[in-house]
Design a protein around this ligand. Structure first.
Ligand code: R5P
Length: 344
């Protein structure tokens, strides 16, 4: 039995990229398309015509907007695949709802908890995702989670680009728009051999307006002068966070500012907002199919090698244990949370 890569409706190109990489390593790897019909009331009807019985199956479906639709389609595919496959690995390049990982305002539902319970209820061997918003979000899953960092790929891209532009590492600074992303900016800085800083951002929980604290920037004004900055974030949604960061960095003396992220949602005029802020351009990965960013970094080969190492390490007999686990209901217990591996 071979490896079947099921291309969810939201991630056809990514699935093909993963299948192409796997095909180079395993002659039995094949891409499986799904048929999608959307009824007038908006319901998705999915058909997987190819037989998957006994295969190792990799389901690829990102959950970018329309998030709920793509999430439901993922559930539908998993409900079928997890019943017939020998082993199931789920690749969700962008994991929607991960930002709703806690009760920010009293009474708010922790939505990623609900999503995690549903995904964990299927007999799957692992969930693979890229730069999930937080480890807290992933902690709600009770299946093994592999959270891959795209930072090394972004670093590789910028190494070449900066060298081509004659920019030396000492003149570069890696910047997180908020303290929550400090370790991401540090990781990028380590790979580029440059300095890093994390700005202090606050967001109005009702209006969504973003503000950056100037006090800290005033103290490091000299370190910013004539530097080439790379603002790096896990995702760009409305672009307000990175646009505000670009604006203050230029105000504090940076000579130019690039923007990089893993997940380019690019909603509500994000690109225009970022361009107006003075950024050179936006570099992003292809976890979300996107024509709105200037340069795309392909993460499919990295996803494929993670899938291969999971399949190489997990035994097919594990499925029986997982199914009996599910029947006894242990999956829904927060006390049975699973392992999270995070790469940098
Ligand atoms: C927030 O903590 C995230 O890391 C991103 O900075 C944020 O979600 C981006 O949203 P937006 O583009 O709307 O500012």
């Amino acid at each position: 039995m071979g490896i079947s890569i099921v291309a969810g409706p939201a991630s056809k190109d990514m699935a093909k990229g993963i299948a192409d990489t796997l095909a180079g390593k395993d002659e039995h790897a094949r891409l499986v398309d799904v048929d999608l019909r959307v009824f007038p009331d908006g319901e998705s009807k999915i058909r997987i015509a190819d037989a998957l019985d006994g295969d190792d199956v990799v389901v690829v479906q990102s959950t970018y907007p329309p998030v709920d639709t793509h999430m439901m389609q993922l559930f539908f595919i998993l409900s079928k695949v997890s019943r017939v496959a020998s082993r199931t690995v789920t690749v969700v390049p962008y994991l929607g709802y991960a930002r709703q990982d806690r009760e920010f305002l009293a009474g708010e539902i922790v939505s990623i908890d609900a999503i995690a319970r549903i995904i964990s209820s299927y007999a799957i061997d692992a969930l693979v995702t890229f730069d999930a918003h937080s480890n807290l979000a992933l902690s709600y899953f009770t299946v093994p989670v592999h959270n891959i960092s795209a930072v090394p790929l972004l670093a590789e891209y910028f190494k070449k680009r900066l060298a081509g532009e004659g920019v030396e590492a000492k003149d570069v600074v890696s910047v997180s728009p908020d303290t929550g992303g400090a370790s991401r900016a540090e990781a990028l800085a380590d790979m580029l051999h440059c300095n890093s800083i994390a700005l202090r951002k606050s967001r109005d929980r009702i209006t969504g307006a973003v503000k950056i604290d100037h006090e800290m920037l005033s103290k490091i004004r000299d370190d910013m002068k004539d530097k080439v900055a790379i603002v790096v974030d896990d995702m760009i949604s409305t672009g307000s966070s990175v646009a505000e960061a670009v604006r203050v960095l230029l105000e504090y003396g940076c000579s130019k500012v690039y923007v990089a992220c893993t997940h380019a949602l690019m909603l509500d005029g994000a690109l225009e907002r970022i361009k107006e802020s003075g950024a050179v351009d936006v570099v992003a990965t292809n976890t979300i199919p996107n024509k709105k960013v200037s340069r795309i970094v392909d993460v499919a080969p990295l996803a494929a090698s993670t899938v291969l190492s999971i399949l190489g390490n997990s035994s097919a007999t594990g499925k029986m244990d997982r199914e009996s686990n599910n029947k006894s209901g242990s999956r829904s217990s927060r006390s049975s949370r699973s392992s999270i591996s995070t790469s940098t």
